[in-house]
Design a protein around this ligand. Structure first.
Ligand code: G6P
Ligand code: MN
Length: 445
């Protein structure tokens, strides 16, 4: 089984490789191909992987290339985890938006639109190459903004592209754990778009346990989302939102907090990672140790400003170990070995959420087997959530249209229609600001 990782010089690749090393079963991945545009990043990550594999017999082989077509040919699975414009681009996404008083997060609001506008054309090119060179491969998309990018790729790959995110999985695990249930035995009734979904129920042995959680302020306040949103608001909603909804429900506070920080998240990661990749150029660096230290610091500071505005304190130790690599591995195993399982994934709607058309990519529990991911029909969302989902899907569609027709006017429309952008004039200035700093947006005329 051959797995190709696009963005193979990326910082989180060792997480994926670490997960592969735990898989000893029949039909496991035996060959990993890393693809990246940057040789020195490939070299750095390959060093970490070599140290990870050192004590593991029959570890998957690792090769690296900067030739995309060569990387794709013969792949059974393709992970796409690219970052168009790098972390410098992410920092610019934040800076330009904050200068206009709106949010610049990489997946939410203006920042997500800017990042989407420069990522979609690249993702579409990849999808077209996959369709030509590796038509039987399954593509697992981690590239943010994951829902939008998955939808762009699905127009060329149909249901052979599946988007993943660890946020809903982490949320489900936390809720199950505080309720004293085994996360593996619980069915999480969750639906929405990527980074824009709600848990409306959690069934164990056929019984919905969520009302018990919502009725108990102590339990509610004991985990990440309870601390972030506050127990009163969760009780009012009657659901537990994905952590990224903090940017919507507490927009004013999060924009202020991000405007006041010395370094935004993107700028922090840009500098932190630059240091890591520099260290990797020195032959005497203990690669795995340096990577692990950098990773721990990244995890500990995740959404720090949001937690600060909410007075949520430090992250729980259990939340620091990531998890997206586990979703990726579970998905791959389910497909490759027909090991049936249920996972929350980003797939074409196909009627599961009837308010959106069948091709709209949504985030929803799916039954996964050798035939791919099949969304489970879910109960409708309440009006306020339907409104947000439809508005943001409308924005995503404008981003896809702008990427296709290269029109600035369409790009302005995408920004202006976003619920977190409060004026058409702001949208116009955003397009100006972003096209000035991002070479990847030069196609907008
Ligand atoms: C969560 C999100 C991902 C995101 C990751 C890292 O897991 O679901 O989409 O990539 O956090 O965020 P960071 O701010 O550390 O890049
Ligand atoms: Mn995510």
């Amino acid at each position: 089984m051959k797995l190709t990782i696009l963005g193979g010089g990326g910082f989180r690749v060792p997480l994926v490789y670490g997960a592969l090393l735990t898989d000893r079963g029949e039909g496991r991945v035996t060959e990993v191909v890393l693809h990246d545009l940057d040789d020195s990043r490939l070299y750095a990550v390959a060093r970490v992987l070599a140290e990870q594999a050192a004590t593991v017999p029959d570890a998957p082989t690792v090769t690296a290339t900067t030739d995309l077509d060569e990387a794709l040919r013969g792949a059974d699975f393709i992970f796409s985890a690219i970052r168009v414009g790098g972390l410098e681009g992410r920092a610019n996404d934040e800076r330009v938006a904050l200068a206009q008083g709106v949010l610049g997060q990489e997946t939410v609001g203006a920042g997500g639109i800017a990042y989407g506008l420069r990522t979609v054309p690249v993702a579409v090119d990849i999808a077209q190459r996959v369709a030509r060179l590796a038509p039987d491969a399954w593509v697992i998309n981690f590239t943010n903004p994951a829902g939008l990018v998955t939808e762009a790729m699905s127009r060329h790959l149909g249901d052979r592209v599946i988007g993943i995110c660890d946020s809903p999985v982490g949320l489900g695990r936390r809720i199950a754990t505080v309720l004293g249930a085994n996360p593996r035995e619980a069915f999480i009734d969750y639906v929405g778009l990527n980074h824009l979904g709600w848990v409306r129920g959690l069934r164990v042995a056929g019984r919905d346990e969520l009302p018990r959680l919502l009725a108990d302020p102590d339990l509610l306040g004991s985990f990440e989302e309870g601390k972030l949103f506050g127990t009163d608001w969760l009780q009012s909603l009657g659901a537990i939102p994905n952590e990224y909804l903090h940017y919507y429900y507490f927009n004013r506070e999060t924009v202020r907090a991000y405007s006041e920080v010395e370094k935004t998240r993107g700028a922090f990661l840009r500098d932190q990672q630059a240091q890591f990749y520099d260290e990797m150029k020195r032959p005497d660096t203990a690669a795995l140790t340096a990577w692990d230290r950098t990773r721990a610091e990244r995890e500990a500071t995740y959404m720090a400003e949001n937690r600060e505005t909410a007075g949520a304190g430090e992250r729980d130790a259990d939340d620091l170990s990531g998890g997206y690599e586990k979703v990726a591995l579970a998905l791959m195993r389910a497909i490759a070995r027909d090991e049936r399982t249920t996972l929350i994934l980003n797939v074409r709607n196909q009627g599961a959420l009837s308010v959106l058309d069948t091709d709209a990519v949504i985030e929803v529990p799916c039954l996964v087997d050798a035939n791919g991911a099949h969304p489970v029909a879910v109960a409708p969302l309440p009006d306020h959530a339907t409104g947000l989902v439809c508005a943001v899907k409308g924005v995503e569609r404008e981003v896809l249209a702008a990427a296709e027709n290269g029109s600035r006017t369409t790009a302005v429309k995408a920004f202006a229609l976003h619920p977190l952008v409060d004026s058409v004039n702001v949208a116009r200035r955003l397009v100006e600001g972003y096209t000035e700093v991002h070479p990847g947006l030069a196609y907008l005329k």
